[in-house]
Unconditional design. Structure first.
Length: 214
């Protein structure tokens, strides 16, 4: 199993957490998004993932390139240590929480969007930072409300063991802190994150622990 990854990619970070939680060994193949004009744009990598994004997971004959699809695949292919609840409603809720992050927050703050703001729309670095912070704050307000109001929230985002939702949450909090967002304003998010980051699977997936960390 190979994971094409970039140490600071939140989408790759999600997959690293899931692989670690499931105890699956993999080879990390770094793809630097800034070096050499962006290694994700090189023909060698485009042959792996035509979308020119990370992560991509290669397992046997399959290559998958969307983090949610990868986590769903891992859940079905390697059912030990499940990351989705057994009940229908629980599974739907975990997917909902993950997609609040993966669909509502992350895409508008992706590196290529931020570069476009500066290079093509003429925004300066402060405007780019304001953009980034705005969408995380908007998304965290929503996510906090979903977590705080629902009795399904337990020790973790759902229940008392990590799920796919926690795999999405921790990287997004990491990004928020990089941009000096006060996560304590979202107490449920902060509590769950503080618990997760102390677990070995999450620690090993942290950007600072990756072979390409800078």
């Amino acid at each position: 199993m190979k994971l094409y990854t970039y140490f600071r990619s939140s989408a790759a970070y999600r997959v690293r957490i899931a692989l670690n939680l499931k105890g699956l060994a993999y080879e990390a193949v770094p793809v630097h998004l800034l070096r050499d004009g962006g290694q994700h744009l090189a023909q060698e990598y485009l042959a792996v993932n035509p979308s020119a994004l990370v992560p991509a997971l290669q397992d046997d004959a399959i290559v998958l390139s969307q983090s949610m699809a990868i986590l769903e695949y891992l859940e079905e292919a390697y059912p030990a240590t499940p990351l989705l609840p057994q009940d229908l409603v629980g599974r739907a809720r975990v997917r909902e929480l993950a997609q609040i992050i993966g669909c509502d927050i992350h895409p508008v703050n992706n590196l290529r969007v931020l570069k476009y703001l500066v290079k093509h729309l003429g925004q300066d670095e402060q405007a780019k930072t304001d953009w980034y912070r705005h969408w995380i704050i908007e998304g965290f307000r929503s996510l906090e409300a979903h977590l705080a109001r629902n009795p399904g929230t337990g020790t973790f985002c759902h229940g008392d063991s990590p799920t796919i939702a926690d795999c999405f949450l921790v990287p997004q909090v990491f990004n928020a802190k990089r941009f000096d967002i006060d996560v304590t304003a979202y107490p449920t998010i902060a509590r769950i994150n503080d618990l997760c980051v102390d677990l070995p699977a999450f620690k090993a997936a942290h950007p600072s622990q990756q072979p390409d960390a800078e």
